[in-house]
Design a protein around this ligand. Structure first.
Ligand code: ADP
Ligand code: MG
Length: 330
C-alpha cells in the first residue's frame, strides 16, 4: 500500500468513533475480528454505489458517504437486524481532501447514530465507486424474510413513496426536502426491529414498489406465488410531492401514480401482516412515531393488480429500475 493510501485511511477513516466492545480487532490489522453473541445470528449485506449510475454527478460528497451506508442499513432493517459493523471499499480518482473530509463526515454521522463501527476496508484508485458491507445481528431464527406472505395478509409501507424519484426528475429544480429524500435516505431500522414480531414478510423499497413487492411475492421459490391488489390512491405521498403534482404547470400528471409505484431510492419498508395482527402492529409503530400505511392485500392469484380508490383498474407504465434490462415493461 502506498503512503498516500495509508494516509487517507489514517486521516479520514481511523477517526474517533464509538468503540464497540464486540470488536476484537478493527481497522489496522489484516482483517477484522468480531464477536457474535451466542444467541444471535449474523446478517450481512453489501451494496455498491457507482458515480453517475447510483447518484447524479452533482451529489455532495457527504451525501454519498451517507447513502453508501444508508442503503445497507436499509437492507439490514428489512431483515429486522440491529446494525453493528461495516466495512468500506473505496475507489477514488484522486485524493481530494475536501471531498474525503465531507464523505467521511457523511458516513460517520450516520454510523454513529446507529452505533455502527467501521472495522475495515480497502482503498484503491480508479473511477469513483463506493462499496459498503454492513453486518447486523438478529435473535436466533428471528430474521424477517422476503417470503412468508399469505393470502389475506395486509400490505403496508412505511413513510412516503416517490419523493426520491421526483427529485431525480426535477434535478436542480427539486425542492430541498425532496432532494434530501434522494441524497440522505433514512434507513427504517427501528421499524424493521419492531416488525420482527408482526410481519409475515418484508423487503426494502430500493428499486420501486412494484418491483420490490414483486420480489416479496416470489416467495422462496417453492409452491405457488401469491399475488396482490394494491390501492394506488392509498399510496403514501409527502405533502411536497402532492403539491408539486398539483402545480398548474406540471406537465406529467401520470407521475402522481407512476413515481410512488415505480421510482426507486425511497428506502422505505414494504411488509405484510396477518389481518388479526394489523391493529396491534399499527399501534406499536405509531407508539414509536413510525408512519405506516395499508396499501393493499395479498391474494391467492399471482401478479400485482393496481386499482384506484373507485375500483378502476390502472395499468402502470413502468415497473422499476433494473441494471441489465429495459426500463419499460408491460
Ligand atoms: P491489506 O493490504 O492487508 O489488505 P490494506 O493495506 O488494504 O490491508 O488496509 C490496511 C487496513 O486499513 C486494514 O485493516 C483495512 O481493513 C483498513 N482499510 C483500508 N481501507 C479502508 C477504508 N477505506 N476504510 C476503512 N478501513 C480501511
Ligand atoms: Mg487491502
Amino acid at each position: 500500500m502506498s503512503a498516500t493510501e495509508f494516509e487517507i485511511i489514517r486521516r479520514y477513516f481511523t477517526r474517533q468513533q464509538p468503540q464497540r466492545a464486540d470488536v476484537i480487532a478493527g481497522i489496522g490489522d489484516d482483517a477484522a475480528v468480531l464477536q457474535v453473541p451466542a444467541d444471535s445470528e449474523l446478517v450481512v449485506c453489501i451494496d455498491t454505489l457507482v458515480a453517475a449510475v447510483h447518484f447524479p454527478g452533482s451529489t455532495p460528497a457527504a451525501a454519498i458517504g451517507h447513502k453508501a451506508l444508508a442503503v445497507n442499513l436499509s437492507d439490514l432493517a428489512a431483515m429486522g437486524a440491529t446494525p453493528a459493523w461495516a466495512t468500506l471499499s473505496l475507489t477514488l480518482p484522486d485524493s481530494n481532501p475536501v471531498w474525503l473530509g465531507d464523505f467521511s463526515e457523511g458516513f460517520f454521522r450516520l454510523a454513529d447514530r446507529y452505533g455502527v463501527q467501521l472495522v475495515g476496508g480497502d482503498t484503491t484508485r480508479g473511477p469513483l465507486s463506493v462499496t459498503v458491507q454492513a453486518h447486523g445481528l438478529v435473535p436466533r431464527g428471528r430474521a424477517l424474510r422476503r417470503h412468508g406472505a399469505q393470502p389475506g395478509d395486509r400490505i403496508y409501507v412505511t413513510g412516503t413513496l416517490g419523493d426520491a424519484g421526483l427529485a431525480l426528475r426535477l434535478e436542480d429544480h427539486a425542492d430541498n426536502t425532496i432532494r434530501q429524500r434522494l441524497d440522505y435516505p433514512e434507513p427504517r431500522v427501528a421499524a424493521g426491529q419492531l416488525l420482527r414480531e408482526y410481519a409475515s414478510a418484508a423487503i426494502d423499497v430500493s428499486d420501486g414498489l412494484l418491483a420490490d413487492l414483486g420480489h416479496l411475492l416470489e416467495g422462496d421459490g417453492t409452491g405457488a406465488s401469491p399475488g396482490a391488489t394494491i390501492n394506488i390512491d392509498a399510496l403514501p405521498r409527502s405533502s411536497v410531492f402532492t403539491a408539486t403534482m398539483q402545480q398548474p404547470g406540471f406537465a406529467q400528471p401520470h407521475l402522481f401514480y407512476e413515481l410512488p409505484l415505480s421510482a426507486g431510492d425511497d428506502y422505505e419498508l414494504c411488509f405484510t401482516v396477518p389481518q388479526r395482527t394489523c391493529e396491534v402492529m399499527e399501534a406499536m409503530l405509531s407508539n414509536q412515531s413510525i408512519d405506516c400505511t395499508a396499501i393493499g392485500v395479498i391474494e391467492p392469484e399471482s401478479g400485482i393488480r393496481c386499482r384506484k380508490a373507485n375500483g378502476e383498474v390502472y395499468h402502470p407504465v413502468t415497473e422499476g429500475y433494473q441494471h441489465f434490462g429495459s426500463k419499460e415493461s408491460g
